[in-house]
Design a protein around this ligand. Structure first.
Ligand code: KIV
Ligand code: ZN
Length: 386
């Protein structure tokens, strides 16, 4: 039987930490409703102690969202945990997500704590969070730059103290798929009871490997992936939800997993986020970029018209787009040109088509894209000349 992998969306927390992506309460609630339609498993709604606005946003989302688990981030401090618990009071399924750094560099320079102190704090704060919520996730910040044996001790402590989700963040996007695979395998081998909790990963994209690392972790046995819509997030962003979900679906022959996500809501979710934040996605962005289902080259267009699977490994409909786009430009062939004219209501004789196609190629050399309006002009000029 296929293994269930949970999608933990952090667009409204880690994603929102991206420059230019902050959202007000109404915008966060609107986005949360769309994430509920997308059927993600967990919505991390914010960092309740960060600001009064973020507290109110987590509270409003906890009140309105009933079909997803709603999480709030909290450092491993009593005050943070209390604030998260307060914001999540009305949630149907609350999750307190607490974290502490475990790498030498973070412990020495940021926390100014020893290993033993970090272990003590982990134990005390996970237990404290459990007093408020039956669901507690514990993250070891900068896990991929931590000593693996110390990491095992921290996770063992967190599980013993009551954490039922353990998260392995690649906080600075430093790891590689092979290395991350080995780390996950090591943790699964060494940490007692790790198979009794949800094992999660959270990858950043500093070296462009956030999605590849997340997928490697799924292959290595994790059952939760943390990600954001359009891959927004600190610095180079987080792993992109749409890429992870569509890779798991399209290559399920490699993963054999089951997801709850309704992929037909992906495009809408991406668009809504773009509209709210004003931060556009690059045109060649996988899955949701404007060109992700557009075909310009003549050979490709010909193939697509004959059978879509020649150049499409997934359908635009599967992400909620109505159809692919044939972009007419200088690389386009006669076949796509004729098809577009037919769609516009023009059926030309062979000679007319030859002439129109020659004019089209001249025009396409001057313009990046030849639009339907250009074609109308081109064909009507022809009619006048005739
Ligand atoms: O990147 C990170 O380490 C985080 C944690 C708080 C999970 O965002
Ligand atoms: Zn992060």
């Amino acid at each position: 039987m296929a293994r269930r992998v949970y999608i933990f969306d952090t667009t409204l927390r880690d994603g929102e930490q991206s420059p230019g992506c902050s959202m007000n309460i109404q915008e966060k609630v609107e986005m949360a409703k769309q994430l509920e339609r997308l059927k993600v498993d967990v919505i991390e709604a914010g960092f309740a102690i960060a600001s009064p606005g973020d507290f109110q946003a987590v509270k409003a989302i906890a009140e309105k969202i009933k079909d997803c688990t709603v999480a709030s981030l909290a450092r491993a401090h009593e005050k943070d945990i209390e604030r998260a618990a307060e914001a999540l009071q009305q949630a149907a399924d609350p999750l307190i997500h607490t974290f502490i750094a475990t790498s030498e560099i973070h412990m020495q320079y940021k926390l100014k704590m020893t290993r033993e102190e970090v272990l003590e704090r982990t134990k005390a704060m996970v237990a404290y969070a459990r007093r408020f919520s039956p669901n507690v996730e514990f993250s070891a910040e900068d896990a991929t730059r931590s000593d693996p044996d110390f990491l095992c001790r921290v996770f063992e402590t967190a599980i013993a103290a009551g954490a039922n989700r353990i998260n392995v963040p690649d906080t600075v996007g430093y790891t590689t798929p092979e290395e991350f695979t080995r780390l996950i395998q090591y943790l699964r081998e060494k940490v007692p009871n790790i198979d009794k909790v949800i094992l999660s990963v959270h990858c950043h994209n500093d070296l462009g490997m956030a999605v590849a690392n997340s997928l490697a972790a799924v292959r290595a046995g994790v059952n939760q992936v943390e990600c954001t819509i359009n891959g927004i997030g600190e610095r180079a962003g987080n792993a992109a939800l749409e890429e992870i979900v569509m890779a798991l679906k399209t290559r399920n022959d490699l993963f054999d997993v089951e997801l709850g996500v309704d992929t037909r809501q992906i495009y809408r979710s991406s668009k809504l986020l773009t509209n709210i934040t004003g931060v556009a996605v690059q045109p060649n962005k996988a899955i949701v970029g404007a060109n992700a289902f557009a075909h310009e080259a003549g050979i490709h267009q010909h193939g697509i018209l004959a059978n879509r699977s020649t150049y499409e490994i997934m359908t635009p409909e599967s992400i909620g787009l109505q159809k692919n786009t044939m972009v007419l430009g200088k690389h386009s062939g006669r076949h796509a040109f004729e098809e577009r004219l037919k769609a516009l209501g023009y059926t030309l004789t062979k000679e007319e088509l030859d002439e129109a196609f020659a004019k089209f190629k001249v025009l396409a050399d001057k313009k990046k894209v030849v639009h339907d309006a250009d074609l109308e002009v081109l064909v009507s000029q022809k009619k006048v000349e005739i």
